[in-house]
Design a protein around this ligand. Structure first.
Ligand SMILES: [Zn+2]
Ligand SMILES: [Zn+2]
Length: 104
């Protein structure tokens, strides 16, 4: 029996590679037409035999979480850097203010 398409729950013929995609991770199967109506994408999928496709569920799994957390780390570092430079700027301003005060 053919596996069911994860999107429309219709039956698939997995031998028909042109119209069916199988998830490289969990073997979920979908009709190509069920995940995209973009012709250039469909052509790319058809012409690319070694292509790996991941279903919606697998796309969200750890190997992506990994790069996501790196992204978060990077932006957090960016924010920390900004806070740090703002703090330095504030301190400089306060020092200037002090100078003005002592001069008065
Ligand atoms: Zn389908
Ligand atoms: Zn999957």
């Amino acid at each position: 029996m053919s596996p069911k398409c994860a999107k429309c729950l219709g039956s698939t013929n997995v031998k028909d590679k042109d119209s069916v995609l199988r998830c490289s991770r969990c073997d979920t199967v979908v009709h190509v037409k069920c995940i995209s109506t973009n012709d250039s994408l469909l052509d790319a999928l058809k012409n690319c035999s070694g292509l790996k496709w991941f279903c919606d569920g697998c796309v969200k799994l750890p190997f992506n979480l990994d790069s996501l957390s790196k992204l978060v780390d990077a932006s957090r570092q960016d924010i920390l850097d900004k806070i740090e430079s703002n703090k330095n700027e504030m301190i400089t301003r306060l020092e200037k203010l002090d100078e003005v005060n002592t001069q008065v």
